[in-house]
Write a protein that binds this ligand. Structure first.
Ligand SMILES: [Ca+2]
Length: 243
């Protein structure tokens, strides 16, 4: 029993010390504006092909000069006409040599953002106004999935998990305004983001390989753009912090 009590005490002390290490220094909130696009069987590798608008909101809980938790909510669209010019799909019939789709997505993510340089250091704010960063975590995607049924087919909202990661740069423009440029990727675990219903071309296998591979065949979507965030909460710091 004594050993158990000791273990619990160690756990509590460890938890409290990690809470104090991770207590936030600042909270930022703001908006994102950019372009989104799709990669999948119809467009295996071309970046920003058929790009569409993307808008979002983000909140950043800054833990210290190197780390922040970021929550994002983004509304975006992917779609357009495929294939790229000069490319024919073997699975296409004589009537149709291209495939068009349009898909609206809602994306929620929670990510850890890691700064390459110290950013907005409380005691050296003037010298720490710029940094590149990378981010990664977990995301949810919501879209209306097409499902065939007895009455022909239906579309209902569907939640899927996706893996978010990204990179960018941040610049502290004024005492309270941060400007970011970032490029975000989402690896999903579904292959039907580009599937709007039965048609001449099968978007899950337009080349007729008939060899599904989870890694290569699942759909990705990405978005890149500008973020503007402002400080909405600042933890009090000692008066020698430059205020
Ligand atoms: Ca697909």
């Amino acid at each position: 029993m004594r050993c158990k009590g000791h273990t619990i005490l160690v756990l509590i002390v460890t938890f409290l010390s990690s809470v104090s290490v991770f207590s936030q220094e600042r909270i930022e909130g703001g908006v994102f504006l950019g372009m989104s696009y799709y990669n999948g069987d119809l467009n295996p590798s071309k970046q920003f092909y058929n790009a569409k608008p993307a808008v979002g909101a983000l909140i950043r809980v800054v833990l210290n000069e190197r780390l922040a938790f970021k929550g994002t909510l983004t509304a975006l669209e992917i779609g357009g006409s495929y294939p790229q010019s000069g490319l024919q799909y073997p699975s296409a019939s004589a009537r149709s040599s291209s495939y068009s789709f349009k898909r609206s997505l809602a994306d929620f993510s929670t990510q850890l953002e890691i700064n390459f340089f110290e950013y907005d250091h409380p005691f050296r704010r003037k010298e720490t106004r710029f940094t590149p960063f990378i981010s990664g975590g977990l995301a949810y995607t919501v879209y209306r999935r097409y499902e065939s049924n007895d009455s022909g087919g239906s579309e209902n909202p569907h939640f899927i998990l996706s893996l978010p990661f990204g990179a960018g740069v941040k610049w502290k423009a004024t005492d309270w305004l941060h400007v970011g440029l970032e490029w975000n990727f989402r690896k999903t675990f579904v292959d039907d983001l580009d599937f709007m219903g039965p048609g001449d071309i099968n978007p899950t296998d337009p080349y007729g390989f008939q060899q599904p591979s989870d890694w290569h065949n699942n759909d990705w979507y990405s978005f890149a753009g500008v973020s503007l965030t402002m400080d909405i909460f600042h933890r009090n710091v000692p008066c020698n912090a430059g205020y």
